[in-house]
Write a protein that binds this ligand. Sequence first.
Ligand code: DGL
Length: 258
Amino acid sequence: MIGIFDSGVGGLTVYKEVRRRLPRAEVVYLADRGNAPYGNRSLVEVGAIASACTTHLLDVGASTVVVACNTASAAALHPLRAEFPGVPFVGMEPALKPAAAMTRSGVVGVLATAATFQGELFASLLDRYAAGLEVITQACAGWAEMVEAGIVEGEVATQEVDRYLSPVLDRGADTLVLGCTHYPFLESTIAAIAGPQRPIIDPAAAVAAQVERVATDPGDNGRTTVHATGDPTRTKAIVSKLTGLDLEVEAVTLPMNG
Ligand code: DGL
């Protein structure tokens, strides 16, 4: 069984790609909306939450864990591997490597939560891939919450996206990296402002390929179960609105919350 977690529905952008690659796998998706948003928390807090999410997924039978959240990956991917040795983990990182290959202006815009930019993971990405590039890091406060509220297009979404995207475009970014798993839901709004000539990079497909490579015992019943902290009815409604999927949602409590 493959366990996937995020602070909410953002990781479903990864889930969809995992499902495309592994149609027969058994998947449990944990939407930790009770602790969302992660992006405004300290890395230490997010680390403790990520450990509790992982414990929950392993308790219900997952044998591979996908951290479908850039913030949790930045805070906790290395500590999780140390805490749960033997469990294959797949995490997210802003896709700077492909962006470096695509940019013509040499200016790349990375859109993510504030916490994602604070971790060592992002610093090491800059070390590895940003030589000779200007990387504009833009924390997009409120975007994940907006997606959780089901607002992904229209006047409010356009205004909120424009607030953080326009300064990045004004500085010459010609390639945009979606460094938060909630942001692909805003892609059409982002693209409408950025214009068709600027590539927008979502690493979900590459992450799913990695899941296929490392997953041990993915199962073969093709079942997806959604577990949610917070209000399960609300989660079911938002999952259906954003993905069109009619998935049963079960309310759960994480070990850290008693
Ligand atoms: N989806 C998450 C990420 O990739 C976190 C958003 C949030 O909870 O702030 O960063």
